[in-house]
Design a protein around this ligand. Structure first.
Ligand code: ARG
Length: 258
């Protein structure tokens, strides 16, 4: 009798666990291969990594993912959505992979599986004020940052910042500091370098790193066959010169993790 009771309790619990989320399983590697097409999502507002030029999605990460997919024998169907919606959409099986400069963090690794990092970088302080360069200089200052980013996560640990204002898009945080509505902006090192080079009269200067990070693509949590196939193709483009050519095109340097 005891066994029957515990069995039925187990059964009820298992049933309950399935009910609320209605989780759809991620597409398997074999389903993707059968389709000859992988669905990849990005943001499209984080130049030069992912952005729109004359209405066309482009950038370092677009080229990298297209090259990886080609090695996998797949074409890419691209989607672009707000940065905040990328991980949720992956969990809902709306796309197979995300590439949008996500730093490999502990909190994200709980809900997604990261690929091999496609570049190594860090969050830097950007300001017009030459006195704002170090993390300590942020004390008493108004800092702007994109929401949902590792920049925000790390800024929250910095003591004595006066105010952290978040924006849905990194470009709006950049605009706020350019227009003098904030003292400092924290964003990606390579992005900030490119933004300043494109607009030298902005008066923005790059200060110290707040933290460093490895950036990878994401697949649905536990979709190891897809991550493995991506990583294998990614290693091929690292080895055959494709990666270096794409990196040089956007950054005039090789930004792979060393
Ligand atoms: N590297 C940062 C992070 O991990 C920023 C990523 C922002 N990406 C974007 N497409 N806006 O959160």
């Amino acid at each position: 009798a005891k066994n029957i009771v515990s069995l039925s309790i187990t059964g009820i619990l298992a049933g309950l666990a399935l009910l609320p989320l209605q989780r759809v399983d991620a597409r398997s590697l074999s389903a993707i291969e059968k389709d000859h097409k992988i669905i990849i999502a990005t943001e499209g507002q984080f130049s030069p990594f992912n952005y729109f030029q004359a209405g066309k999605l482009t950038g370092f990460e677009i080229d990298i993912a297209n090259a990886v997919a080609q090695k996998m024998g797949l074409t890419v169907e691209w989607k672009s959505v707000g940065f905040d919606a990328l991980i949720a959409g992956l969990q809902q099986d709306r796309w197979d992979l995300v590439i949008a400069s996500h730093g490999i963090t502990e909190s994200r690794a709980k809900v997604v599986t990261f690929t091999t990092p496609h570049y190594c970088t860090g969050g830097v302080i950007v300001s017009k004020d030459p006195a704002i360069r170090s993390v300590a200089n942020l004390a008493g200052k108004n800092v702007v940052v994109q929401v949902g980013t590792s920049y925000l996560e790390n800024l929250k640990k910095v003591p004595n910042i006066k105010d952290i204002k978040t924006f849905p898009k990194d470009t709006d945080a950049q605009a706020a500091v350019t227009m003098g509505r904030a003292d400092a902006w924290v964003s990606d090192k390579f992005l900030a370098k490119a933004a300043i080079a494109a607009n030298p009269s902005s008066g923005l200067k790059i200060g110290d790193f707040v933290f460093v990070e490895k950036v990878g693509a994401l697949v649905s949590k536990g979709n190891i066959p897809l991550a493995d196939a991506y990583n294998k193709a990614f290693n091929q483009i690292l080895a055959d010169g494709t990666y270096a050519a794409i990196s040089n095109k956007y950054f005039k340097e090789d930004i792979r993790c060393k």
